[in-house]
Write a protein of this length. Structure first.
Length: 118
């Protein structure tokens, strides 16, 4: 990645400040905007088959739309985290750790051995 999350958050904050938008960047408004942008990402895939969805990035026009929506989602998420003082990477690492405990990996039996032979 060319910029770290903190640098991106600073750029987003500077962009908003230059336009006097900070007044609108409350946690409530940012959460709503994040939801809208996530829905716009979903909309791209809404009627695609699973096979078509996997190949969406091979169409330059569709790929550009996906990248734009991903950028919008990430921008609002980073602004939301900044508004609430959340370190996104720390929060994600903690969540992964909790999920590893909650959902332990299931050992798969080799294909030539029945599971009850373990």
């Amino acid at each position: 990645m060319s910029e770290d999350l903190h640098a991106l958050q600073r750029r987003l904050a500077e962009f908003a400040a230059a336009r006097d938008w900070q007044q609108y960047h409350t946690p409530k408004n940012l959460a709503a905007a994040l939801s809208v942008e996530a829905a716009e990402l979903v909309e791209i895939f809404q009627w695609l088959t699973p096979e078509e969805s996997v190949k969406v990035m091979s169409d330059p026009k569709a790929a550009a739309r996906v990248e734009d929506e991903v950028a919008d989602v990430l921008a609002y998420l980073l602004q939301f985290c900044q508004a609430l003082g959340i370190d996104a990477l720390t929060a994600l690492a903690a969540k992964i750790e909790r999920n590893e405990t909650r959902f332990p990996a299931v050992r798969q039996a080799p294909p030539d051995r029945p599971r009850d032979a373990e």
